[in-house]
Design a protein around this ligand. Sequence first.
Ligand code: SAM
Length: 296
Amino acid sequence: MDYKDIATPTRTKALLHQYGFNFKKSLGQNFLIDVNIIHNIIEASNIDENTGVIEVGPGMGSLTEQLAKNAKKVVAFEIDQRLIPVLKDTMGPYNNVSVINEDILKADIASYVKTELSDCEKIMVVANLPYYITTPILLNLMQQDLPIDGYVVMMQKEVGERLNAQVGTKAYGSLSIVAQYYTETSKVLTVPKSVFLPPPNVDSIVVKLMKRSEPLIDIDDEQRFFKMTKAAFSQRRKTINNNYQSLFVNGKANKADIVKWLEAAGIDPKRRGETLSIKEFGLLYNELKNFTELAF
Ligand code: SAM
């Protein structure tokens, strides 16, 4: 039987009607109804018959079916139990899709990767994300040391711009540093509101994040490094020196020690956090071992 693409207004509306489905705003449910956008996402993902895909939030399967046509295997995590019978129906023609009715933030992804995707040569995360949890989803996946090669993900435009921001720009901050520490980021395309049902209140962007083959900087404790970088942005208009006053030993560090530490790493204490590259933050972090009085 020849099926019309799910990512079309007619098929999506027919499914909504057939299942009496009403959207839950609280779950970030904005379904894609333009198959061209999906083709762009698939193309940017470089998926082939040896690729395993992790999808977050398949909805009614608009992206999932196109992934199934191009990848070896798709494992799709959907929290909304009401969508499971819909997906059983729409994914019926594909034998390479597993739908998991779990919260992506709680699921044991490592064990699903082992059981479902161990015969895949590479693994990509491809998704039209639920926007209300974009950052926790990406940080959780990146920081788990999973065998994920990259991400092609749709999200709110502002978040995508932060992930992809260059040093010295307004969007550059601690989120840019975490993302770019683990991955090389690039913008794929911006997406108009009209390609969703219902249209979201915010603009959207598709971002690509490919895992780095070599670490950008040498860090012994990533969580401690991220805590240090975050503190540099706690008040964006302040200098790095002033922002760091509150990080160390419950805000009681000797100001002179902080200045010495910054200068030892070659950083002018009057600079602001947003002007420091990740490599400079790396120098600063590695200089900490010579300043044992600066504890956090
Ligand atoms: N992929 C579909 C599409 O593009 O048409 C739906 C995308 S919609 C923006 C986000 C989807 O994520 C919804 O189906 C929603 O139910 C699901 N979702 C929301 N929170 C989730 C969570 N914590 N874990 C897994 N799925 C979630």
